[in-house]
Ligand binder design. Structure first.
Ligand SMILES: [Zn+2]
Length: 155
């Protein structure tokens, strides 16, 4: 039996290209039957959330059943898209080497006025411009042909 040639690759993690994938390799959210109305709303420029018709609790992210009472009787409502920064951090490494213009950016949790929190991107030029409690408003970023993401801007 012939020995097989084995190639061992040693990753040099000091180089920014190591581990990078070619092509459109962003990780995008996937749709499901429960979340499709939410993503369709984003495509129309609407930030949607759910409220349980039985126990009246606000439900976000989109789901099939109320997490408070397990009712499947959830209504879709439209947010005014305003809130305040609950928490944030700055990302200084670009998300993708093909989009270095995307840095730095703030990722954080926004407390939306209607009573839910959402993890999102908060667009800002410099860290010093952001603080917890700062008012923000939603805008929509079409990142792919069939995907629009809700992001926030400081007011
Ligand atoms: Zn409920």
């Amino acid at each position: 039996m012939q020995p097989k040639e084995v190639t061992i690759a040693i990753l040099d993690t000091t180089k920014p290209d190591v581990g990078a994938r070619k092509g459109p390799s962003f990780t995008y959210p996937r749709w499901s039957l429960e979340t499709k109305p939410y993503w369709d709303g984003c495509m129309r420029g609407e930030l949607l959330y759910q409220r349980c018709a039985d126990c009246r609790e606000i439900v976000f992210h989109a789901r099939a059943l109320c997490p408070y009472c397990l009712s499947g009787n959830l209504d879709w409502l439209k947010s005014k898209g305003r809130g305040k920064i609950y928490s944030f951090t700055m990302q200084h490494i670009p998300l993708h080497r093909e989009r270095p213009e995307s840095r730095p950016r703030a990722l954080g949790i926004v407390e939306v006025d209607e009573g839910f929190h959402m993890f999102t991107e908060i667009q800002v030029a410099e860290r010093a411009e952001l603080h917890v409690g700062q008012p923000v408003s939603v805008h929509f970023d079409k990142v792919a042909e069939n995907l629009t993401l809700p992001k926030f801007r400081a007011e």
